[in-house]
Design a protein around this ligand. Structure first.
Ligand code: HEM
Length: 120
């Protein structure tokens, strides 16, 4: 594989479209919708998600948000909620017809973060 994950995700524009779809999916997912309805500044949250994905996938953007532990500390996020968020992300990647290798790379990166997100 010669292209970076960032490129395979469609660079900044592709990642922005993915983040929009993931957030829309969270807002209709009964398991997590309340969490995201209660976000005070959704535009900032989406900006942070875009930066996080871009930087994490090897793009030139800098992530300016909190680290994952700090961002999710005290929220008491369950395994079920974590899986629901993962499912929304996989669903968005399928909608965007991303390749299996690309989906697998994103899933494995996100899975590696679960210890910083669930019940921290
Ligand atoms: C799958 C891995 C996840 C990643 C990569 C992720 C990523 C992020 C990022 C980048 C932020 C912004 C941090 C900041 O404000 O500086 C954030 C905040 C947040 N996350 Fe997550 N998150 C994940 C899982 C979850 C789960 C499972 C939930 C709950 C269902 C959740 C709920 C939230 C909420 C409510 C905020 C705060 C938004 C705000 O008030 O501005 N996240 N997350």
């Amino acid at each position: 594989m010669t292209t970076t994950l960032y490129e395979r995700l469609g660079s900044a524009a592709g990642i922005a479209a993915l983040v929009d779809d993931v957030m829309a999916a969270h807002l209709i997912n009964p398991i997590v919708k309340t969490r995201f309805e209660n976000v005070k500044d959704p535009d900032r949250a989406k900006k942070m998600a875009r930066e996080f994905f871009c930087a994490g996938a090897g793009g030139p953007e800098t992530y300016t948000g909190k680290d994952m532990l700090t961002a999710h500390r005290g929220m008491n996020i369950s395994e079920q909620e974590y899986l629901a968020v993962m499912d929304d992300i996989v669903g968005a990647m399928e909608k965007h017809a991303l390749g299996e290798d690309t989906k697998r790379d994103v899933i494995s990166i996100l899975y590696s973060l679960k210890g910083q997100i669930i019940r921290v």
